[in-house]
Design a protein around this ligand. Structure first.
Ligand code: FMN
Length: 191
């Protein structure tokens, strides 16, 4: 007996969300995030870039004695945090690029990732669980702290639940060859 199986053709387009956390919209950090998006787009995917510093993201209040309702997955602050969280949730892949300030992530990056870590780590919501992510640090000054800040970024991304597939430190000495490499990473992600 021959069994016939019906296949439904689904027109599936991958999409990627990038967040960059410099107030400079045309700076090194944005350029690096855009490089990944360019490669992803060339491979047929859809892209979106968020300039984090233009968004209203408040600082965590560390409610009660340290844990508020964030432990169950919700934050009481009213701002654009949930808008961003939803965008991450509906993306197939994720890029986070931060400038290096004082050998660390930018203030806006820490503010956003602190909140995302709280609502995702123990809540079981799984917004970011298993989602492929690339972390990028842009140390445009001396280059000091490019890797140290990247370790901190890795820690945030992994705790939040992402599947970190690459971590890229970039300085003014390495940007010329890392920008094409990041575009290749974008093509690879979409493929
Ligand atoms: C407050 C502050 C601290 C910085 N600290 C570092 C640093 O530790 N290491 C470094 O290489 N560059 C440092 N820089 C330079 C930035 O990393 C550089 O300007 C970076 O390219 C900023 O990214 P953008 O071009 O996207 O704005 C610092 C810049 C600022 C404003």
């Amino acid at each position: 007996m021959v069994k016939f199986i019906d296949f439904i053709a689904v027109d599936y387009i991958m999409n990627i969300l990038a967040i960059q956390s410099s107030s400079n919209k045309d700076g090194l950090t944005a350029t690096l995030a855009e490089a990944v998006l360019k490669g992803f787009k060339e491979a047929g995917g859809e892209t979106e870039l968020i300039h984090l510093n233009l968004m209203d993201i408040k600082t965590c209040l560390a409610c009660d004695t340290g844990w508020g309702q964030c432990r169950k997955g919700d934050c009481i602050l009213k701002d654009e945090f949930e808008v961003l969280r939803k965008k991450i949730g509906s993306a197939d892949a994720f890029v986070f690029a931060t400038p290096v300030y004082w050998g660390d992530l930018s203030e806006s990056a820490k503010r956003f990732l602190d909140r995302l870590r709280r609502v995702e780590t123990f809540s079981g919501r799984g917004t970011c669980k298993g989602k492929k992510a690339i972390g990028i640090t842009a140390a445009g000054g001396s280059g000091n702290g490019a890797v140290k800040s990247l370790l901190n970024l890795e820690d945030y991304l992994r705790r939040i639940g992402f599947e970190v597939i690459d971590l890229v430190p970039v300085t003014k000495f390495t940007k010329d060859y890392k920008i094409p490499m990041l575009a290749e990473a974008g093509r690879h992600l979409a493929g």
